[in-house]
Write a protein that binds this ligand. Structure first.
Ligand SMILES: *[C@@H]1O[C@H](CO)[C@@H](O)[C@H](O)[C@H]1NC(C)=O
Ligand SMILES: *[C@@H]1O[C@H](CO)[C@@H](O)[C@H](O)[C@H]1NC(C)=O
Ligand SMILES: *[C@@H]1O[C@H](CO)[C@@H](O)[C@H](O)[C@H]1NC(C)=O
Length: 409
């Protein structure tokens, strides 16, 4: 009896002692804990901002977590929780709390190896931001955000291949989400009606999207920023329904043509970035007559395949255009410059520098091209020649020391 108590005591001393040497928590501008197991050794009721783990943490020591790991009801004042490189599996009902029991506003899991977000991983939470960046997430259950109201969800740097219907829509995740960020995943497919109609910002940069169905965006009447750069799309989906859109960034894709007339009704549009695509048809912007607006609409057609443009007087009037990086026909470009002055087209300062410095080439002497015809004629130049020119001038981007990207509002 007595010996067994002694053993218990020795064990307890050992645990406390070794625990204090190896890891623990300390208070600084935030509270830092080395490991999730440290949490139950402290009285946490007054903690407000907590970081558990660190970026170079030991990957072999990851935990499977459940409700008891965090027990949010103990953290009466916690507003921010960041968990770095600690988790390998999240059980159902892990991040859950009654709204009156928690003040949590920011929840960030970073560098964990989560793979699957199960049913009710997040339950009943009201958050300003849920950041799940870089957690090797492959799959999200339809009810992973069960009954939550989350303003911003950032799922960048994961391994998602698909945005499935029902995950982010109002059935389970209240109609509350304003911003969804999916940068740097492997998304190929977006199912119809998979995005909430409350959405204002959607970022799909750096994925593998080839096709976008019109019906994916049908309900997004409040969308203000749509970014799909660095994908493989060949056309933009119907944009007509984006009545409140301010920014469209479809740069670095494989777009060959757009229906420019569709943009005429998007009265809030401030940035249309189509740079680094494959637009070549000279009549592409012929039916574009977007009304004057303040601040001016910025249109980037930099680094496409245009030899010339056939425009109506109003096509670009009062807007700011960025046109460097196309295989312009030198003769047509001279006509274009005069056209822009006559029709009050504004030039982007950086773009002007590219055309004006003489340091970088900007046109080709095709000689027999007719600048008023949409059929492009350049018998003495093969497509390979033009491709080579394009590659050459791509390397000049950055040479002039200014940024050709349109400025975001
Ligand atoms: C938490 O704060 C309250 C009020 O400031 C104080 O009375 C209480 O002792 C604190 N609890 C801990 C564990 O520090
Ligand atoms: C969701 O919210 C938006 C506005 O934020 C509203 O227009 C839409 O009708 C709502 N949808 C549902 C199903 O409540
Ligand atoms: C195209 O090249 C041929 C042979 O080099 C030359 O005779 C002809 O004048 C060139 N045509 C134009 C329009 O430059």
């Amino acid at each position: 009896m007595c010996t067994s108590n002694l053993y218990k005591l020795i064990f307890l001393v050992y645990v406390l002692f070794s625990g204090e040497i190896k890891c623990g928590c300390r208070h600084s501008y935030l509270t830092f804990c080395d490991d999730l197991t440290d949490l139950n050794r402290h009285n946490v009721e007054n903690w407000t901002e907590l970081v558990v783990g660190k970026e170079d943490g030991d990957i072999s020591q990851l935990h499977s977590v459940d409700y008891d790991t965090f027990s949010f009801d103990k953290f009466e004042r916690l507003t921010t929780l960041i968990v770095v490189r600690q988790i390998k599996d999240i059980k159902t009902y892990t991040f859950t709390a009654e709204p009156e029991e928690t003040k949590l506003e920011y929840l960030k899991l970073y560098g964990n190896v989560i793979k699957r977000l199960r049913f009710t991983t997040f339950d009943n939470l009201m958050l300003r931001k849920l950041s799940l960046v870089n957690n090797e997430i492959e799959y999200i259950h339809k009810e992973a955000f069960y009954n939550c109201e989350i303003r911003v969800i950032d799922l960048s740097q994961n391994k998602l291949e698909m945005i499935e219907a029902g995950v982010f829509t109002e059935d389970f995740l209240g109609n509350f989400t304003k911003e969804l960020i999916f940068r740097n995943n492997k998304i190929e497919t977006i199912e119809a009606n998979s995005l909430p109609s409350s959405l204002e910002i959607l970022n799909l940069d750096y994925n593998n999207i080839k096709n976008l169905n019109y019906n994916v965006f049908e309900n997004l009447r409040h969308l203000q920023e749509f970014s799909i750069s660095y994908n493989k799309i060949q056309s933009l989906p119907g944009v007509k329904q984006f009545g409140e859109i301010r920014v469209i960034d479809a740069s670095h894709n494989r777009i060959v043509g757009i229906n420019a007339a569709e943009f005429n009704e998007l009265t809030q549009l401030e940035v249309l970035d189509l740079s680094h695509n494959r637009i070549s048809y000279p009549l592409t912007f012929n039916k574009f007559n977007f009304p004057e607006r303040h601040p001016s609409l910025q249109i980037s057609l930099a680094f496409n395949k245009l030899t010339h443009l056939i425009l109506e007087d109003d096509s670009f009037r009062h807007h700011i255009v960025i046109l460097y990086g196309n295989p312009w026909d030198c003769k047509c470009w001279a006509i274009m410059e005069k056209f822009m002055i006559d029709n009050k087209v504004k030039r982007n300062q950086c773009d002007m520098q590219y055309f004006g410095t003489g340091q970088v080439p900007y046109c080709i002497n095709y000689a027999c091209n007719d600048c008023t015809q949409s059929k492009v004629k350049h018998p003495n130049f093969t497509n390979t020649d033009i491709e080579r020119f394009s590659e050459l001038i791509k390397k000049t981007e950055g040479n002039v020391g200014c940024n050709l990207k349109p400025r975001r509002p």
